[in-house]
Design a protein around this ligand. Sequence first.
Ligand code: GUN
Ligand code: FE
Length: 450
Amino acid sequence: MYSQVIAGTYFTSKDDQTVQVGENTLICIDEQGQIVRIISDREPEFHSVRQTAADQNNLLQLAANERLLPGFVDLHIHAPQWAQAGLALDRSLNDWLNTYTFPLEAKFADDQFALTVYSSLVQTLLANGTTTALMFGTIYNSSNLILAQQAAKFGLRALIGKVAMDDPTQTPEYYRDESATEALKATREFIESMLKLQQQTRTTLMPVITPRFIPSCTNELLQGLGELAKQYDLPIQSHCSESDWEDQYVQERFGQRDAEVFDHFGLLTDQAVMAHGTQLTDGDLSLFRQRQAAVAHCPISNVYFGNAVFPTRKALQAGNQIGLGSDISGGFSPSLYRNMQQAVMSSQLLTDGVNNEMDSTKRGVPDSRISMKTAFYLATKGGAQALNLPVGAIEVGKQADFQVVKLTPALTAESIDDEFERLLYQAERNSISWVMVGGEMVYQNQEGHR
Ligand code: GUN
Ligand code: FE
């Protein structure tokens, strides 16, 4: 009757404050990879549905020390930069881009190099529990399509952008679109190729309009990309108010804030996902809310390049849409567990402040702390809402995108809330037993648990 039934205990985010627990349930999945029913052990059909699934060899029973979670949504990642994750994080953003990042991305003119890096990245993301990723590629369509093919091959949901960057004053000659016209032509070609690829695969493959950030784009390019986003009704991704330098550069060039410039060019829509936002003002956040544009909060990267901590709690309370991004390789880790932990830790630093020469009552921004429940929301439901995709939650009607995680042994008695908190602090790649996307098994841990 169901194509698969998963039996076990799950955690899923209800809202940014609350986690829902389903203890000892059956998650029933249909042939389309959709969750069609969730049955608790108090319901009369529990035993018969379980037995039928077992008889038909369709039952996936979790072990007593395993928990089912939604797969994570990584809302901001630079796929080519996987090749340098962890390098040069002592540089400023501008220096890091020019000295390390642009030369690396230029190497993706070589398809073989792209294949090696992208195959590794896609498998690494799945092994870390990430089942959907919003990604920057490079300026080269050939390598961008290799990324899409690797995502399809291994079963990752991938929203991918051909990076557009044409401003000769802010980009190197060896790595730049020749002109706004050429960048727009290549973007259009990439969109058409992706729409064709999507028809040949089960997993989500979506093209994304991708101005790298305002400093690397001419007005003509920004204008054209806004028009393409509208014409094809596509998601948009970029960086917005990500550091002092970038924020000030945009103000000097336009006499306007980053968010206003994106908005002016039709690039701040309800399908836009803007990375970082550490420098967003209350006015900017309000504009984001009016447009229903989302922020991809990248807590590890922000420590290095952000020059401030993004006020996650304030923005959530105001009603902004927020998800979580690894920002490889501004962030060094492909794991959203590691990023959730940093999101909580950074929010604590924002609350307390960090300069011990200041009076403790003036040192921080009170009430800025977020809980692990909120961080989990960002990594799942928040990201899914930003992308308008039916993923990120264990609910009827959502896609069966899951990860199964092993608990470390409890040494003291713990409530289910404690178990959740400890799970998210202790989980690492090797704690993940298996990962599913749209009902398909896409990763199984061969190494066994520690
Ligand atoms: N701003 C423009 N390009 C980049 C990039 O590749 N990474 C980050 N973190 N910020 C950027
Ligand atoms: Fe980035």
